[in-house]
Design a protein around this ligand. Structure first.
Ligand code: ME8
Length: 543
């Protein structure tokens, strides 16, 4: 409802390497949701992102780079901040897990776990996967053979090698939370979204849920937060990282204003951490689980997994240089489908952007605002005599000049705002964009089939119809521009400014399409249009 607070988050990204396409995709999904909420006037919202800076992975990356972990983290964290800012990701909070405010929150959280009896000290033995920073049960391992014929074990999910490891650890009583987790999910069928991921989590909870090792021996892992009161142990990086969602809202002091109104956007690779461990940890300290976990799949590049060794890692900054900020945002959100993996290749970007942004949307704006058909450069008047309101337009013989096809088209654009809102609600931004693209095509069809450039402005009856055609087209463009703001903020601004739509008229909650068709006044009629007649989106060269 209105006035509701909400915290939207991205994962915090490992500070062991520069940002890539996948990181940006997560951030863009969250950004589009956050911007859309703001435009809806949905209430105070925060949008957090940041970097995950502790753990063996970072320690090793620093050693490889011949530097110290703090130095590496400062450098990589700045790269993330820069990449996200460049991509117009409108985060309100950026957290680094090496910050004192976060360390304080983690220590407090640990204390709360201990106080409530959720931790015990145990000796732990098992297959440990360093790159994934977790112990894995036999059921999640696979055997591999290297070129020398040596067999070794890997995580079947990530393919990373595991080693038999034995150590004294603090253990978290995760097993005690199997029933509460199942109940939480049953009571909240949208807690993990989209549904296939919800099913996956339920399936996991059908199996045994062993206790979780939540600390590492300090001798093996120095780069991390020491266990309060036991300096021989370091807090497990995932406990440390997950608590970031509380430290951004000021845990342990001011989180109450925000928690549990949190929506976490995460990749499917870290679903278990967010949908099993995190809610259990929260329950263990007496806090409710987050409201929603929004899960997306992965991008591959020309059919292959992105990896440093394949040299196919896509650098967001280079793509933005090539396709512009809005171009790249549009492509990723238009083509990325949360439920399944998506494949990236440059030819596809060029094709989508040229056809949908440059030709269809840009072309429509260009043609409908051309001075040759609208010499006064004003928002023209709608004439009811040309386009009278008819509900049963399929039955009735057209009274004005509009055809049954035109009525169908107007009805479909009129339903667009609600449709788009519901797709955003369902984390299907690609579908929202697909609907908008379809309506843009229909509007082009409408404009084209009436050949307004053939109408004579000096002939009174033809002028009414000409102005009505342009009015309807500009109304469509106004709706598209308003709805596209969360995805392509800069292009939408250009479009809306060209249509003389004032900043306070750009909200989503009071968006009405073609009010004159419904007998309501249209505040835009007669208004002088914007003066920037530049190209909305430049066509890209085939790469
Ligand atoms: O896992 N396609 O950080 P991380 C789409 N620090 N998204 C991708 C992707 C791809 N190919 N590759 C990565 C971590 N991502 C932890 C998170 S949160 C408390 C701690 C995205 O740097 C996706 O969202 O490995 C994935 O979950 C995230 O980046 C992992 O980033």
């Amino acid at each position: 409802g209105p006035g509701r607070r909400l915290l939207l988050s991205t994962p915090i990204f490992y500070a062991n390497g520069p940002p890539h396409l996948g990181h940006l995709y997560s951030a863009l999904l969250a950004d589009a949701l956050h911007r859309q909420r703001g435009l809806r006037g949905a209430g105070p919202g925060r949008f957090s992102t940041g970097t995950d800076e502790h753990g063996l992975k970072i320690q090793q990356a620093a050693a490889e780079a011949g530097t110290s972990p703090p130095e590496l983290c400062a450098r990589v964290s700045a790269l993330f901040r820069q990449a996200l800012t460049q991509a117009a990701v409108s985060f309100t909070d950026f957290i680094r897990t090496s910050e004192p405010r976060h360390q304080r929150a983690v220590c407090h959280f640990w204390g709360a776990l201990q106080e409530r009896g959720a931790l015990y000290k145990g000796s732990y033995e098992g297959w440990y996967c360093t790159p994934d920073e977790c112990f894995l049960p036999e059921s999640q391992l696979a055997e591999r053979t290297d070129s020398q014929g040596r067999t070794y074990k890997v995580s079947s999910e990530t393919g990373h090698e595991v080693h038999w490891t034995k150590e004294e650890n603090y253990m978290f009583r995760l097993s005690a939370f199997r029933d509460p987790l199942q109940k939480w999910l049953r009571d909240n069928p949208r807690a993990v979204f989209p549904n296939p991921f919800y099913q996956r989590v339920l399936h996991w909870l059908g199996d045994d849920l062993p206790d979780l090792s939540v600390s590492r021996e300090r001798s093996r892992l120095q780069w991390g937060i020491p266990v309060p009161g036991d300096s021989t142990q370091t807090i497990y990086v995932w406990v440390d990282a997950l608590v970031n969602y509380l430290s951004v809202v000021g845990y342990p002091e001011t989180h109450g204003e925000w928690w549990p109104a949190a929506h976490h956007v995460v990749g499917k690779d870290i679903l278990k951490f967010h949908a099993v461990y995190w809610p259990a940890l929260l329950m263990a300290v007496g806090l409710p689980p987050p409201e929603q976990i929004l899960v997306h799949s992965h991008w591959t590049v020309r059919g292959q997994k992105m990896s440093k060794s394949l040299g196919n890692v896509i650098d967001p900054s280079a793509c933005i240089g090539q396709y512009t900020v809005d171009g790249f945002r549009y492509f990723l959100l238009r083509q990325g489908v949360p439920e399944r993996d998506c494949d990236y290749y440059d030819e596809k970007v060029v094709k989508v952007l040229n056809s949908e942004l440059a030709d269809a949307l840009g072309g429509l704006l260009n043609r409908s605002t051309a001075l040759s058909i609208n010499p006064s450069n004003t928002y023209p008047y709608f004439s009811e005599s040309c386009f009278p309101k008819i509900l049963d337009y399929r039955e009735t013989k057209a009274l004005g000049r509009a055809s049954a096809e035109d009525y169908e088209f107007v009805v479909s654009v009129a339903s667009l705002p609600l449709q788009v809102a519901s797709y955003f609600e369902d984390f299907q931004i690609y579908k929202a964009l697909e609907c908008i693209a379809l309506c843009v095509r229909q509007t082009n069809g409408f404009f084209q089939r009436h050949r307004p450039w053939k109408l004579n402005r000096n002939h009174p009856a033809e002028k009414l119809w000409l102005d009505t055609i342009i009015h309807v087209t500009l109304e469509c463009l106004r709706v598209f521009g308003t709805l596209l703001q969360p995805v392509i903020p800069c292009t939408a601004d250009k479009l809306l400014s060209r249509l003389a739509v004032e900043p306070e008229e750009r909200g989503l909650s009071n968006l009405t399409f073609l009010p004159r068709y419904n007998g309501k006044p249209c505040p835009f009629e007669g208004r002088q249009l914007g003066s920037d007649t530049g190209i909305l989106f430049h066509r890209l060269e085939k790469s």
